[in-house]
Design a protein around this ligand. Structure first.
Ligand code: PMP
Length: 437
């Protein structure tokens, strides 16, 4: 409950008709790992923008590609016409995805990717004469963007609270985090299969032949960085296969190298039927999202009883030339600078440093995987999130930008991070939690 004075100086999209007010978090430039604030301070970006600037800010090759593309083809629709660079972008993306997942549907954001994936899942079953399969399964603490589809399958209460009614016929798996099993992510625990059996229970209660798809983030992100316990995703996959349910991985955060492999599914060893992505796709430089479908899903549209059927879905800016140019240049940068491998290399030190905070004042849990981490702070009674926010503000004063999600500090730095920068982030957090009341 913020006062109007406290809320308004902070930029948010509801900007019209508000006078500009200076605040310390206005950014005017960014390069590599650092933002420059309007006050001229350099701030280490431990969030990669908003989990998106995976190769660091201001990658010249990407900005050049956007500029050049704008100079010779600004726009063309992807419907009933097109442009070669969209095909080229799709081909390059398919080079990063699991085998057999080569079909890319372009959208403009993670939210659109999720809604598109849910619609594709329902249409897929319809194409196969199973139009009664409409039920969608999400997960508690899940985040899938701000569209009505994504909100409906998501599991963060305060995101959903003001906007109902949401989609009917949605059920939620329980989340995979438990306070009784604190500090679980250093070496994932192995109660995953047991937790995933909740899907079996939901299937039995609802009739499995009514379920179209299960959507999960391979690692819950905005819900507080919850890595999957061992066996969890494998068991979800097995239950989906058993009942003909499509498995959707929302890889908006885990895609593009965050777990040290091009997509998180490779790092975690489970291949879904549909992947959603956005964020790192263009390294944050222009909006873009994508839905990546397996041959099985794609072929349902191409080889139905009446032949190929168009998927009646898409957006004005699907496959926008500037976004496609940025997507190709981003993959060039990721590959030439070996950025996913740097993530894999750096994540060992990242894990050690994160866990060195165990035992510091107020730190009740540390979770990490790839270059993601959450430091869970004990809340002050009656003030949920307050202490984490205070810690985040101390870090910002000390020149390190972190985000909070509930009572956790959440970290997701650019994957170009050096050992020195890793050390600085965790030493800054150590100082912050020691300074907390
Ligand atoms: N899915 C996941 C897993 C996300 O983390 C996000 C964004 N944080 C989204 C979807 C929505 O993406 P966007 O904000 O680009 O719509």
């Amino acid at each position: 409950n913020l006062s109007r004075e406290a809320l308004e100086p902070y930029w948010m999209p509801f900007t019209a008709n508000r006078a500009f007010k200076a605040n310390p978090r206005l950014m005017i430039a960014a390069k590599g790992m650092y933002y420059t604030t309007a006050e001229g301070r350099q701030v280490l970006d431990a969030m990669a923008g908003l989990w998106c600037v995976n190769a660091g800010h201001g990658q010249q090759r990407i900005t050049d590609a956007i500029r050049e593309q704008a100079g010779h083809l600004d726009y063309v629709s992807s419907f009933q016409m097109g442009h070669p660079i969209a095909f080229k972008a799709a081909e390059r993306i398919a080079g990063l995805t699991p085998a057999g997942m080569d079909h890319v549907f372009f959208v403009n954001s993670g939210s659109e990717a999720v809604d598109t994936a849910l619609k594709i899942a329902r249409a897929y079953h319809r194409m196969r004469g199973e139009g009664h399969r409409t039920r969608l399964i999400g997960r508690a603490k899940g985040y899938h963007g701000m569209g009505f589809g994504g909100l409906s399958v998501a599991g963060i209460g305060r995101h959903r609270r003001d906007f109902g009614p949401l989609l009917p016929d949605v059920a939620h798996l329980p989340h995979t985090y438990s306070r009784e099993h604190q500090a679980f992510s250093r070496g994932q625990p192995d109660w995953g299969a047991h937790l995933a059996d909740e899907l079996e229970a939901i299937a039995q209660i609802n009739d499995p032949s009514t379920i179209a798809a299960v959507i999960v983030e391979p690692v819950t992100g905005s819900g507080g960085v919850l890595p999957p316990p061992k066996g969890y995703l494998e068991r979800l996959r097995a239950i989906c296969d058993k009942y003909g349910i499509l498995l959707i991985f929302d890889e908006v955060i885990t895609g593009y190298g965050r777990l040290g492999t091009p997509f998180g599914s490779a790092a975690l060893g489970v291949t879904p039927d549909i992947i959603t992505c956005a964020k790192g796709m263009t390294n944050g430089a222009v909006p873009m999202g994508g839905v990546i479908a397996s041959d099985k899903v794609y072929d349902a549209f191409m080889a139905g009883p009446e032949g190929a059927v168009e998927l009646m879905h898409g957006y004005t800016y699907s496959g926008h030339p500037l976004a496609c140019a940025a997507a190709i240049a981003s993959i060039d940068v990721y590959e030439e600078q070996d950025i996913f491998a740097n993530c894999a290399r750096a994540s060992a030190r990242w894990e050690d440093q994160a866990h060195s905070l165990q035992g510091e004042p107020h730190v009740v849990d540390v979770r990490n995987i790839g270059l993601l981490a959450a430091i869970e702070i004990a809340p002050k009674p009656g003030e949920p999130g307050g202490r984490a926010l205070a810690a985040g503000n101390i870090c910002f004063e000390a020149g390190v930008l972190v985000r909070t999600a509930g009572d956790a500090l959440v970290l997701s730095p650019p994957l170009i991070i050096t050992d020195g920068e890793i050390d600085r982030i965790f030493e800054t957090i150590r100082g912050a939690v020691r300074a907390l009341a």
